[in-house]
Design a protein around this ligand. Structure first.
Ligand SMILES: Cc1cc2nc3c(=O)[nH]c(=O)nc-3n(C[C@H](O)[C@H](O)[C@H](O)COP(=O)(O)O)c2cc1C
Length: 430
C-alpha cells in the first residue's frame, strides 16, 4: 500500500480563475468552501493529508512588474492558518499541513500557534517547514535581504530544536484536570526551556498545554543537500518533485541513508512524489487531452518564464531566449531547480516551452491505466506514495477522489479507512 496527499500549489489562493471547469471562483475567493469540499472528498478517498503551500510576497521579479502575478490571480495568497480549523471542522481523519517559513516565524509564536492548531484539529495538524527564498519576502519582515541559502537551513535546524524544546516544556501528565484534587495542571511538570542558540533564544515554557499529537507532523520539501539533511533530521514526511523513476529511487535511498546517519529508521519518514494525473474514459482520450494541455503550455512562453522567475527569484526576461542558460545554481533561491536547468544544456526557449507543473512521472490514461502506472512506479522507486499537484478545481478533485481512488482501493494499493484518530499515527501506520 502507498500513501496519498494533495499539494495545494498556490496555498489558500485562487484556483482556475477564468478557466473551464473552475466552478464559482468569483464567490470562492477568500472563502473556505472549495477547501472544505476538497478535504471532505479526499478524506472519503482515504488521503493522508492536504498540504497548503504558502508565501508572503507579491512577486514583481518578472519584467519588474506585478502584472504576471495578479493578472490571472496566481500570486494571491490568504494566510492559511485561520483556514486550518475550518477545514478540520468539516472532516475527522485527514491530516492538514500549513506552510510556515522558519525565517519569519519566531519559534515561540510558531510553537504556540501549531500547538493550538493541534487542539483545534483534534491532532491532525502538520507544518510544511520552509525557509522561503525571495529577498522581497524577507524585506516584508524587516530584513534588508534574505539570508544565504545554506545558512537559512542551519537556522531552520536550530529553529526546529527551539520549537521542539517548547513543545516539550510540559511533561506528559502535566495536564491533570482533576476536579477531586482541584489541580488543573501540575506546575512541577512544567519547565523553562532556556533555549540559547546562535540565532534564536526563548525562555519558555509555553502557556498552552500539549496538543493531542504532542509534536505536530513535520513535512519538508527542499531538495539540496542542506534541505535533505533538514528533512532527515526532523521530518515525518518529505515531498519531492525529482523527475523519473530512477531519480525517485535514488532520492528515497539517499533519504534513507541520511536518516540512518542521524540515528533514525528509514520507515520513520514517508517520501511522497509529485504527480498530476491526466484522466479520461479511454487511454486515447487521455493522451489527446495531455497533448492539448502540453501544446497550450508550450505556447505560453511568457507565462512559463514568469513562473520560473517566481520560483527562482531571477528575472528570466533578461536572458537570450535562444541561447543555453548559464549555470545559475549559486543563486539564493531554488538551487536544485537551477542546477537541473543548466545541466539540460537547452536554450531558455526550450526550457520555458517544456516547463510544466512540477511532476515526478507522467500519469495519463483511464483510472485503471493510471493505477497500474502508480503501482509500477512505487514498486521500482521504493517510495511511500504520491502527492497530487493538479489545480484544485472540483472537477479535478472528483476525478481523483471518486474516479482514481476507488480503483486504487479495489487493487489494495491505498487505505480503505483510517485506523487512528491522529495524523502521524495514520501516516506511520504502514
Ligand atoms: C513540493 C514542494 C513544495 C514546496 N512548498 C513550498 C512552500 O509552500 N513555500 C515555500 O516558500 N517554499 C516551498 N517549497 C520550496 C522548498 O521549501 C525549498 O525552498 C526549495 O525546494 C528549494 O530548496 P533547495 O534549494 O533545498 O532545493 C516547496 C518545494 C517543493 C518541491
Amino acid at each position: 500500500m502507498f500513501h496519498m496527499g494533495w499539494f495545494l500549489t498556490t496555498g489558500f489562493g485562487v484556483y482556475g480563475w477564468n478557466q473551464p471547469w473552475s466552478g464559482n471562483v468569483r464567490s470562492d475567493v477568500g472563502r473556505p468552501d472549495l477547501f472544505v469540499d476538497t478535504a471532505t472528498s479526499l478524506e472519503r478517498a482515504g488521503f493522508d493529508y492536504l498540504m497548503f503551500e504558502d508565501s508572503s510576497v507579491l512577486p514583481d521579479v518578472f519584467r519588474g512588474s506585478f502584472e504576471s502575478s495578479v493578472r490571472g490571480g496566481q500570486a494571491v495568497r490568504f494566510d492559511p492558518m485561520p483556514l486550518m480549523p475550518l477545514v478540520a471542522q468539516a472532516t475527522s481523519r485527514i491530516g492538514i499541513v500549513a506552510t510556515a517559513a522558519t525565517t519569519f516565524y519566531p519559534p515561540f509564536l510558531a510553537a504556540r500557534l501549531y500547538q493550538t492548531l493541534d487542539h483545534l484539529t483534534d491532532g491532525r495538524i502538520g507544518i510544511n517547514l520552509v525557509t522561503a527564498s525571495p529577498h522581497a519576502a524577507a524585506q516584508n519582515y524587516g530584513l534588508e535581504k534574505h539570508v544565504e541559502h545554506d545558512l537559512r537551513y542551519e537556522m531552520a535546524d536550530e529553529w526546529m530544536q527551539a520549537v521542539d524544546a517548547l513543545w516539550g516544556s510540559w511533561e506528559t501528565g502535566a495536564l491533570q484536570m482533576d476536579e477531586s484534587t482541584g489541580v488543573f495542571a501540575d506546575h512541577t511538570k512544567i519547565h523553562h526551556v532556556d533555549f540559547e542558540g546562535g540565532f534564536y533564544r526563548t525562555r519558555g515554557p509555553l502557556n498552552t498545554p500539549p496538543g493531542p499529537q504532542g509534536r505536530p507532523v513535520i513535512c519538508q520539501a527542499g531538495g539540496s543537500p542542506a534541505g535533505r539533511n533538514l528533512g532527515a533530521t526532523h521530518a515525518d514526511t518529505i515531498i519531492s518533485a525529482v523527475v523519473g523513476v530512477d531519480a525517485m529511487k535514488a532520492y528515497r535511498d539517499d533519504i534513507s541513508e541520511r536518516l540512518l546517519a542521524v540515528g533514525r529508521k528509514p520507515s520513520d519518514v514517508k517520501v511522497l512524489f509529485l504527480v498530476a494525473p491526466i484522466l479520461a474514459d479511454t487511454d486515447a482520450e487521455a493522451q489527446e487531452k495531455r497533448d492539448r494541455m502540453r501544446a497550450a503550455q508550450a505556447a505560453n512562453i511568457d507565462g512559463n518564464l514568469a513562473a520560473m522567475s517566481y520560483f527562482t527569484s531571477m528575472d528570466f526576461s533578461k536572458f537570450d531566449l535562444d541561447a543555453p542558460l548559464p549555470d545559475l545554481s549559486e543563486n539564493n533561491g531554488h538551487q536544485s531547480t537551477m542546477a537541473d536547468f543548466a545541466r539540460s544544456g537547452k536554450t531558455l526557449r526550450e526550457i520555458a516551452a517544456n516547463h510544466r507543473t512540477i511532476e515526478s512521472i507522467e500519469l495519463c490514461g483511464t483510472t485503471e491505466t493510471v493505477a497500474g502506472q502508480m503501482a509500477e512506479a512505487m514498486e521500482h522507486a521504493g517510495g511511500d506514495g504520491f502527492l497530487i499537484a493538479s489545480p484544485v478545481t472540483r472537477k479535478n478533485v472528483a476525478e481523483i477522489a471518486d474516479g482514481l481512488a476507488p480503483v486504487l482501493r479495489r487493487k489494495g494499493l491505498i487505505r480503505s479507512g483510517y485506523d487512528y484518530a491522529h495524523f502521524r499515527d495514520n501516516l506511520l501506520a504502514f
